[in-house]
Ligand binder design. Structure first.
Ligand code: UFG
Length: 356
């Protein structure tokens, strides 16, 4: 056989092998932007487990190398660097998942510039690079923060969007960009409105800790692990069953299955989707704390502090739409599983530190 022909056949075979699994079914090739972060790594693991080929694009500013897997490809890069994004996307992806964002609601009120750059400018770069590279299926991590102060509960997708903080505003605006890009450029998107993400991989495969966490459960865990002195409870005079705020905590493994189901849905049906992902279960700050004390066996000192600005008393999701269209159900979002899976990670770190 002429050398050139056999070379060509080899190249074609490699291309084929890259795109098709042994069964001959096409395996989707996806780019996960922000896939080294806390939620992103759980999402990446789920796609890998389901047989997708995954490339993670991350600048490791809040994500960590510890959250990367051997069976995925990693590209170090920043979403504010259009050239780097475009180069990565030109590898040829069937879809992208976008989770790269600054996400502390309180901080967004003090540093809106940071949120404008990272969330808005970063996303515009991603959308434009995706269009230029021909990637038309996008899963976007949006937030329940788009709703603002609830007018009724549980919150369904028809609830008006009126963000109370700049972070929520950036997420709502990005949803609007996506809708325009859908109309004008034929992009298909799933905007997933997460409620309060919590917990760690139930199989213990993800262990990267968030640096300077601002959320309730990691803060409770840091106190239990001796990394922080006490939990400050922001207000105990709300109109709730124990005076503290009620939230809908959703396990990250459940969020992750929601991403896979959403991508599958928009690709199969060639439609876009905006959907809540919540557990439909309200848990108060004090309930979270008491359960953490029981599970960890630690006293976890706490102090009542003033209310935090912009905190609604109660937020719970209706996830009926996700049940109906995606057949999605939260499986791991009970308080015990949330705390046990998180404590395993923090406790290991605590024991490791004591051994040093
Ligand atoms: N809380 C405390 N002490 C703390 C931290 C939090 O009492 O040190 C309380 C808050 O006041 C609130 C509850 O714990 O009542 C949950 O607060 P988080 O900061 O963990 O979460 P938020 O509900 O403010 O926001 C989270 C995400 C947002 C997302 C929102 C969706 O951080 O990105 O859930 O519901 F938009």
């Amino acid at each position: 056989m002429p050398i050139q022909l056999s070379l060509l056949q080899n190249i074609l075979a490699i291309q084929h092998e890259k795109r098709y699994s042994i069964s001959g079914v096409k395996t989707m090739n996806i780019l996960i932007v922000g896939g080294a972060g806390y939620i992103g790594s759980h999402v990446a693991r789920e796609f890998l487990d389901k047989g997708y080929r995954v490339t993670v694009f991350d600048n490791l500013s809040s994500g960590t190398r510890e959250n990367l897997f051997n069976d995925e490809k990693f590209v170090y890069g920043d979403i504010l660097d259009y050239t780097a994004l475009l180069r990565a996307m030109r590898e040829g992806f069937d879809a992208l998942v976008h989770l790269a964002a600054a996400k502390a609601a309180g901080e967004s009120m003090l540093k809106p510039e940071k949120y404008s750059y990272q969330n808005i400018s970063g996303t515009i770069n991603i959308l434009n690079a995706a269009l230029e590279a021909g990637v038309k299926n996008i899963v976007f991590s949006s937030s329940a923060a788009v709703y603002g102060e609830p007018q009724y509960l549980p919150i369904d997708e028809k609830h008006p969007t009126n963000p109370e903080n700049y972070y929520g505003f950036t997420k709502r605006e990005i949803e609007r960009f996506l809708s325009w890009y859908e109309k004008l450029k034929g992009v298909r998107f799933a905007a997933l409105r997460y409620f309060n993400a919590a917990g760690y991989d139930v199989k213990g495969r993800i262990t990267g800790l968030e640096q300077n966490p601002a959320n309730l459960l990691p803060i409770i865990m840091e106190v239990a692990a001796g990394m922080r002195r006490e939990l400050r409870i922001f207000g105990d005079d709300y109109d709730t069953r124990d005076g503290t705020c009620i939230r809908d905590y959703i396990h990250v493994n459940d969020l992750a299955t929601g991403h896979v189901a959403a991508l599958d849905y928009i690709c199969k049906n060639n439609v876009s989707l905006t959907v809540n992902l919540g557990s439909e279960n309200g848990v108060s700050v004090k309930e979270m704390l008491e359960t953490a004390r029981r599970i960890t066996g630690k006293s976890i000192p706490s102090e009542i502090d003033r209310r935090r600005a912009g905190d609604p008393a109660k937020l719970t999701a209706s996830s009926q739409y996700a049940h109906e269209v995606l057949g999605w159900q939260a499986r791991y979002s009970d308080v015990e599983t949330l705390i046990e899976t998180t404590w395993k990670v923090y406790n290991k770190r605590r024991l490791f530190c004591y051994c040093q």
